[in-house]
Each structure stands twice: as structure tokens, then as C-alpha cells.
Design a protein around this ligand. Sequence first.
Ligand code: GAR
Length: 216
Amino acid sequence: MLTLGILASGRGSNFQSIIDSIASGFLKANIAVLITDNPNAYAIERARKHNIDSLVLKPRDFTNKDTYYAHIARELKERGVELVVLAGFMRVIGKALIDQYKNKIMNIHPALLPSFPGLHGQKQAVDYGVRISGCTVHFVDEGMDTGPVIIQAAVPAYHDDTEETLSERILKQEHKIFPYAIRLYEEGRIYVEGRKVFIKGDRQDSFLINPSCPFF
Ligand code: GAR
């Protein structure tokens, strides 16, 4: 059983998709803790409903970024967390945490990286006028959305899309590929060489780029 630690800043719908994937048996994992930087995050309410411990840790209560992320790393280690899941955590992760969890921190980003990193990936895609957008699950390094890509799902982007309509289309795929990436990790099928992620039995997984495939 894989022990997860979730970091989230807001609504927490990706957090919920992980909770639901555990409840349905799709994931054989348990969630040791939710850590948030935002006392008003709805993710806290979701944790409460599911009897998951939550901690509010605000960067401004720490002397600097290093002490903040060193503290988070300690909280996660103390609870036996093996994989850290960033489910809408809106900060660039500090080295103090990355060093403790090298290639053991996953993030979901609402764009096809390396396009449109950072905040408002969906708005960036709408403003740019791309025809295809999507989402990416990747391992986290010290850059902004620069770590090795694990899985991506593509969706069409239409000229009359708004940030909201595109976000909604992308979010549906987020809720599928994030639990799936965690499952691949849990099954020990993911390995990283340099900046490339390989998935054992990769041939079946390559269809994940097409969200209209029967798997979904
Ligand atoms: C999701 O769309 C996620 O991809 C995005 O924030 C949203 C969180 O929604 N993350 C980023 O933009 C990270 N750069 P949620 O709280 O409902 O899961």
C-alpha cells in the first residue's frame, strides 16, 4: 500500500479524484495527510469529510523558503509519506523538499508542457489560439513545471473557448490521468532516465494521449 501526502491550495477536485480512486479500489494507496498553504482551501473540507488529517502551513509563518519546505518534508517523512502529490498546489517547490523526495513528487498542470507553464495555463492557451491543449502529470524539479513528463492527455481547443470552458474540458482529463499516473507509480512501472520517464509496458500507455480512446 502506497502512502501519499497531498499538497493543495484550493478547490481540491484533483484531491477528490484521488480519494475516489482509492475508494473504488483503482488505487491501493492511503492518504496520510493534506497540507495546504491556504486556510480557506475547500480541500480542507474534503479532507475532513474523509477523515484525512490536514495541516495549514503558511510560508509567511516561516523565516524563508528553505525552512518552510524543510518543515513540510519533516511532516511528510514523519507520516511515512512515500509519494508527494501536488493537487493544485500553487507554488514552486523548494529544494529542501525536492532533495528529500527526488522523483517522488508528482504535479498536475493544466497544459501540454512545455507549453504554457506557470499560472493560468488554460488562459495562456486560449489567448495564444492553440487548436489542441490538455494536461500533464510530471515529476517535480526545482523549475517551474519543468520536470520529467509522465503522462499527458490532449483535448481540442476551440476558437470560441473561454478560460472556463477550456478549463472544464481539461479538468475532466486531469481527474483521469492523475490517478492513473499514481497507479503506474504504485505498480512500480515508472522509471526515470535523465529527463525522460519510461513506463514498463509502455505500448498500451501511449494511447493516453488520445482521451477519446476506450480506456477513458
Ligand atoms: C487544476 O486545474 C490543476 O491542474 C492546476 O490547478 C487546478 C487545481 O484544481 N494546477 C496548476 O495550475 C499548477 N501550476 P483543483 O484544486 O480542483 O484540483
